[in-house]
Design a protein around this ligand. Structure first.
Ligand code: RIB
Length: 309
């Protein structure tokens, strides 16, 4: 089978993960049970998931000229990801993400963009050939909005499909300038911020997604954690339920979903099948701690599917 050519244009971060009982209040010093350092960033996570599942992945991103930069590039390469356009920004730190995971496996994340904020439209122009030689482009919102708009314009003019994961949500995102993407994939919090509508109930989620369709978006996929994911198009709605697993750390599950979705969608052309696979892959990622460290490869994934996951 032809390997899907996937270009991720987005962020990389070093994740500083603290496993906590609770957050300290102002002025308080509090001991937390555990800590882990890992490679993360929504862009890099999605690239790694897609590469582990068999995609031919390229990563257009910026790293800092600090201690973390070369390690980040090496890490991407260790998964076979093409880093021709993984470039160093001098005098700027790498992106870092302090993450707090509580006893119920829920996470809170701070991001410091660092070099990620320096991925510019001119960098996208230099990577144009690679972009035009892609089956699909994946982007998130941990880079500048102008860079995202510029990429989407190039893709729209050249019929290249785009998955836009509007994470973390940015109320400044101009729907008019991104509505040509093939798939817009928010979680319920991002959907609520971007539409300024409630998303507490499934009726509310449906109507918030409908409001995006009314603005001209084609396919909205709302990821809903342990509830599953919802596909909303102009003509239909389809809920794909999640599988039940024993979750330990949900960090990066949304990224696992998107990387997996991209691979299976390009391989099969079947959106619902790709969502089904992505749901399972994301669920499995929550059973292990960390972000990229919790993603499994195609062989292991297929073995888990054969066991009846
Ligand atoms: O989606 C999880 C990711 O969000 C983490 O890896 C962290 O780096 C932030 O970008």
């Amino acid at each position: 089978m032809k390997r899907p050519k996937i270009t991720v244009i987005g962020s990389n971060m070093v994740d500083l993960i603290s496993y906590i009982n609770r957050l300290p209040v102002t002025g308080e010093t509090l001991e937390a049970p555990d800590f882990a350092l890992g490679f993360g960033g929504k862009g890099a996570n999605q690239a790694v998931a897609a590469a582990l599942l068999g995609g031919e992945v390229r990563m257009v991103t910026k790293i800092g000229d600090d201690f973390f930069g070369p390690m980040t590039k090496k890490n991407l390469e260790s998964f076979g990801i093409n880093t021709t356009f993984t470039e160093t920004v001098h005098g700027i730190s790498s992106g870092v993400a302090p993450i707090f995971v509580d006893k119920d496996s829920n996470n809170s994340i701070l991001i410091i963009k660092g070099a990620n904020g320096h991925l510019l439209p001119s960098d996208i122009d230099r990577a144009r050939e690679l972009i035009l030689d892609s089956d699909i482009i994946i982007m998130q919102l941990e880079i500048n909005l102008e860079t995202i708009y510029h990429t989407i314009n190039i893709c729209a003019e050249n019929d290249i499909k785009v998955i836009l994961n509007p994470a973390p949500a940015d109320p400044k995102l101009d729907a008019e300038r991104v509505k040509s993407v093939e798939f817009f994939v928010p979680n319920e919090t991002e959907l609520q911020i971007l539409t300024e509508k409630g998303t507490a109930t499934m009726d509310e989620v449906n109507s918030a997604a409908d409001s995006l369709i009314a603005k001209g978006f084609k396919n909205i996929i709302v990821t809903l954690g342990e509830k599953g994911s919802l596909l909303v198009t102009r003509d239909s709605k389809k809920m794909i339920p999640a599988v039940k697993v024993d979750s330990k750390d949900t960090t990066g599950a949304g990224d696992a979903f998107i990387g997996c979705f991209a691979v299976y969608y390009i391989e099969t052309g079947d959106v619902e099948k790709a969502m089904n696979m992505a749901s399972r892959y994301a669920a499995l990622s929550t059973t292990k701690p960390g972000t990229q460290s919790s993603f499994i490869d195609r062989k292991e994934f297929e073995a888990r599917l054969a066991e009846g996951l």
